[in-house]
Design a protein around this ligand. Structure first.
Ligand code: IPM
Ligand code: MG
Length: 370
């Protein structure tokens, strides 16, 4: 059995807790089958934490996250906290954990499962077989740049401002992640910027070109973000790995999710740099939000959370076989016609969050029985 893995579970708000429950079931199943043993700790983040502690994340939680081998996160936010102070809004908890853990590399794969090609709002021939990876810079750019704020103007009215800042070091480390991942895949990297307007992203492009000399085997291209948004819906299969800034990656990954049928299908991994002992902070979360409209009704799609868990097995625990099993189980339940509401189409079986979780576990049983 693989050694004890310390996992901090932050279910969050809205549908976060219900999709997390399904992953917990898979974790228990794996333990029961002696595949691994997990040492889990549950904690709160986002709105739930604001309600209890007046802040979206506690300092102790940040420390537990640093001490853990990996963090699993559901989702944060909701209309209930729309009016809290900007500094303590639920999203600030998520941004803080990303920043404090140095999780600069956000991997967002957009994969179209064959069974879901029909569920996409795009034509199935445009999306079927799609397998792209968006590498989003996660701890810099306009999300964190200073100065930022809102100030009163002397003559009345206000001035709101944010800064899009990148340093050589920040661009270099994310570009290297993009090149390395491209090397393990289709050997194509597209860097997305707005180099025709924004100096900081012109510098981004120049840095990516400079670093590309270390990766002569990778075909590098550049695209302006407006064109990239268009190309992602016109012909997404032209991409292999995309590397881009924090905000462009936020936007383009939602865009790419529509090719996969639903935002409810997209997992993500947020990784830090390894320390001297080789330990790397990591957080795994679905790309979807808290879906307050369906929260607590058993309607949420737990598959993005399952796939995020699979990424945890692969990237934090090197458990490639188990990661593949979870991904195959997801594929098989979709092939069997099971659907939550977000990916429902004619002739398929509408199931609850719980039923979807059970179906994944049943497939894991079958996959591992042989
Ligand atoms: C995401 C989300 C977050 C982001 C929000 C919730 C702060 O949209 O992970 O894509 O903007 O990064
Ligand atoms: Mg987003």
């Amino acid at each position: 059995m693989i050694a004890n893995k310390k996992v901090l579970m932050l279910a969050g708000d809205g549908i976060g807790p219900e999709v997390m429950v399904q992953v917990s079931r898979v974790m228990k199943w794996m333990e029961k089958h002696n595949r691994v043993s997990f040492d889990t700790e549950d904690d709160i983040i986002g709105g739930a934490c604001i309600d209890n502690h007046g802040v979206p994340i506690k300092d102790e939680t940040i420390e537990s996250a640093k001490a853990a081998d990996a963090v699993l996160l559901g989702a944060v936010g909701g209309p209930k906290w729309d009016d809290v102070d900007f500094e303590i809004r639920p999203e600030a908890g998520l941004l803080r954990i990303r920043k404090d853990l140095g999780l600069f590399a956000n991997l967002r794969p957009a994969i179209v499962f064959d069974a879901l090609a029909e569920a996409s709002s795009l034509k199935s021939e445009i999306v079927s077989g799609l397998d792209i990876l968006i590498v989003r810079e996660l701890t810099g750019g306009i999300y964190f740049g200073a100065p930022r704020g809102v100030e009163d103007l002397p003559g009345g009215g206000k001035r709101g401002f944010n800064s899009l800042v990148y340093t050589t070091e920040e661009v270099e480390r994310i570009a290297r992640v993009g090149f390395e991942l491209a090397r393990k895949r289709g050997k194509k990297l597209c860097s997305i910027d707005k180099a025709n307007v924004l100096e900081s992203t012109k510098m981004w492009r120049d840095e990516v070109i400079r670093i590309s000399s270390d990766y002569p085997d990778i075909e590098l291209s550049h695209m302006l973000v407006d064109n990239a948004a268009m190309q992602l819906v016109r012909d997404p299969k032209q991409f292999d790995v995309i590397v881009t800034t924090n905000m462009f990656g936020d936007i383009l990954s939602d865009c790419a999710s529509m090719a996969t049928g639903s935002l409810g299908m997209l997992p993500s991994a947020s990784l830090g740099a390894p320390d001297n002992s080789g330990k790397r902070n990591a957080l795994y979360e679905p790309v979807h939000g808290t879906a307050p409209d369906i929260a607590g009704q058993g309607k949420a799609n737990p598959l993005a959370m399952m796939l995020s868990f699979a990424m945890m097995l692969r990237y934090s625990f090197d458990m490639e076989e188990d990661a593949n099993n979870v991904e195959s189980a997801v594929k098989l339940v979709l092939d069997a016609g099971l659907r939550t509401g977000d990916i429902m189409s004619d002739g398929k079986e509408l199931v609850s969050t719980e039923k979807m979780g059970s179906a994944v576990i049943e497939q894991l049983e079958i996959l591992t029985a042989s």
